[in-house]
Design a protein around this ligand. Structure first.
Ligand code: ADP
Length: 189
């Protein structure tokens, strides 16, 4: 299986590039953010709990996310590979992902990390907020999401560098140029 983690700060372009990767390589795309937003829309128990965290720009507790991901994987057996978008976001989630994949006799193939300057991230998220109407794309929540990223998620960079899986991709420029860089990296896996 080809299992790609797409990694980066909020606004780094993970969703946009995931759609392109999914098409080109025939992978199954799991966006934890999209799954959570659909749980909220459907008014499920998980959605009700997640809503409070998301609107404050905080992370939903690890165990809820890990269980949610396991059930999505179990409901989609037999896929060629998976692109994990928005997961893992903490070291505990990364450890759980390794265990989950090992139990399914597979592993993370590579971590595609989109590297984008913070000023650019803020501009992109504010612009997205005008169009998407996402409750978390406003200045106050964006600031806490970036803090959460810097404190809880960015330690994963060293974690994946240590295992040799980190692939840094320059994430500024046109969508096509960035996708070209990603494709070159995936083709080498
Ligand atoms: P972005 O990458 O733009 O921050 P996402 O759609 O991936 O947006 O996530 C939106 C929100 O959903 C996050 O701010 C967080 O509250 C919650 N969330 C998504 N994935 C996770 C995760 N792996 N662990 C905890 N919370 C998550």
């Amino acid at each position: 299986m080809l299992n790609i983690v797409i990694f980066g700060a909020p606004g780094s372009g993970k969703g946009t590039q995931s759609d392109l990767i999914k098409e080109k390589y025939g992978l199954f795309h799991i966006s934890t953010g999209d799954v959570l937003r659909s749980e909220i829309k459907n008014g499920t128990e998980l959605g009700k709990i997640a809503e409070g965290y998301i609107s404050k720009g905080q992370l939903v507790p690890d165990q809820l996310i890990i269980d949610m991901l396991a059930s999505v994987l179990d409901a989609n057996k037999g896929v060629k590979g998976v692109i994990f978008d928005g997961f893992p976001r903490t070291i505990a989630q990364a450890v759980a992902l390794d265990e989950m994949l090992k139990a399914r006799e597979t592993a993370v193939s590579g971590v595609v990390a989109l590297e984008v300057e913070e000023n650019e991230l803020i501009q992109r998220l504010l612009k997205r907020g005008e169009i998407s109407g996402r409750s978390d794309d406003n200045m106050e929540t964006i600031k806490s999401r970036l803090d959460v990223y810097n404190n809880q998620t960015s330690p994963l960079i060293d974690h994946y560098k240590a295992s040799g899986k980190y692939i840094g991709i320059q994430g500024m420029g046109s969508i096509d140029d960035i996708f070209g860089r990603i494709s070159q990296a995936i083709d080498k896996l």
